[in-house]
Design a protein around this ligand. Structure first.
Ligand SMILES: O=C(O)CCC(=O)C(=O)O
Length: 298
């Protein structure tokens, strides 16, 4: 079973990301793939965004085109089981410690031949916490080559300032591509075979171009946090509107391993709240488009 080597750990802390090849056991990978393809099939009858699907432009019964399956862990147990398996946790515990909570999951199914880009951003701008021991796991469920719109990262950006994600005074969830501090010319593409896993730090600048390949680009993402990283109130829409019982229940339901801390660890982290919001902040795609983010990929 894959574990995170010392070298992979030091690469992660140096670059703000790391790629682990052949990380998903074959039986789990094929189940994740077949469940995901079934969800894409089932989207044929869906005509507008709902709790499960975020549809891409041009979606139809004949040609399903999805941006994303919104919260895979809540629609099929396999996504939750893999998240809690040692196959995955052996890669994460060396970086986040023994107590880990999931904030959210999503499955970005970037449609073939033009599926939507994700503009450059730092996840931290969307959900600041009391410390920055958070990362996103990207599980490749399809082979992802350069033409498929792979994740791209800016090495070392997790140690640099958090950049503006605002447009005309509104949070637009994207860095202006003209911002020279973003160092977009340094971008590295994270390509690999299905079953590879990437980990990126919550402050690493990343984005992805449209999918110009012939198949959907399937990337399952888990947003994980050390359990003593508490979301700063008002930042994370996942928890907004919950009463204290609901919040506590959700935190505990979302524990991936270990126990939920009640003593947030406060560190010296730069925070800028993601408000005022744009007209539609229901997902990163809507935040970036309704917030008028300037595209780096148009
Ligand atoms: O799917 C991608 O290429 C990027 C995903 C991402 O960064 C996000 O959803 O926050």
């Amino acid at each position: 079973m894959a574990t995170l080597t010392e070298k992979q750990q030091s690469d992660y802390w140096r670059d703000g990301y790391v790629l682990i090849e052949d990380a998903v056991p074959a039986n789990i990978l094929s189940e994740l793939q077949s469940v995901t393809l079934n969800f894409i099939e089932a989207s044929r009858s869906v005509t507008q965004n709902n709790d499960i699907y975020d549809l891409d432009k041009g979606h139809s019964e004949k040609t399903p085109r999805l941006n994303r399956i919104k919260t895979p862990h809540s629609v099929h147990t396999i996504y939750k089981e893999y998240m809690r398996s040692d196959a995955l946790l052996n890669l994460i515990r060396p970086l986040l410690g023994p107590d880990i909570r999931m904030n959210n999951s999503k499955l970005n199914t970037k449609a073939a031949q033009g599926g939507a880009p994700v503009e450059w951003h730092q996840d931290w701008a969307f959900y600041p916490h009391t410390n920055d021991d958070l990362l996103a796991v990207g599980v490749m469920l399809s082979d992802i080559n350069e033409e498929d719109g792979p994740l791209q990262m800016i090495p070392g950006s997790h140690k640099e300032p958090v950049l503006s994600h605002f447009n005309n005074g509104v949070f637009c969830g994207a860095i202006n591509p003209d911002d020279s501090e973003a160092r977009l010319n340094d971008a590295v593409s994270i390509t690999g075979k299905a079953g590879s896993v990437s980990l990126h730090h919550v402050r690493t600048t990343h984005g992805s171009a449209p999918n110009n390949g012939t198949d959907p680009r399937l990337l399952l993402l888990y947003e994980l946090a050390a359990a003593d990283a508490w979301p700063i109130s008002g930042a994370l829409s996942t928890y907004t509107g919950m009463n204290q019982q609901e919040l506590w229940q959700t935190f505990n339901d979302n524990m991936v391993c270990g126990t939920q801390s009640v003593t947030p660890r406060l560190t010296e982290v730069p925070v800028l709240m993601p408000v005022p919001p744009p007209e539609d902040a229901s997902s990163i795609f809507q935040t970036q488009s309704s917030g008028g983010a300037k595209s780096a990929f148009a």
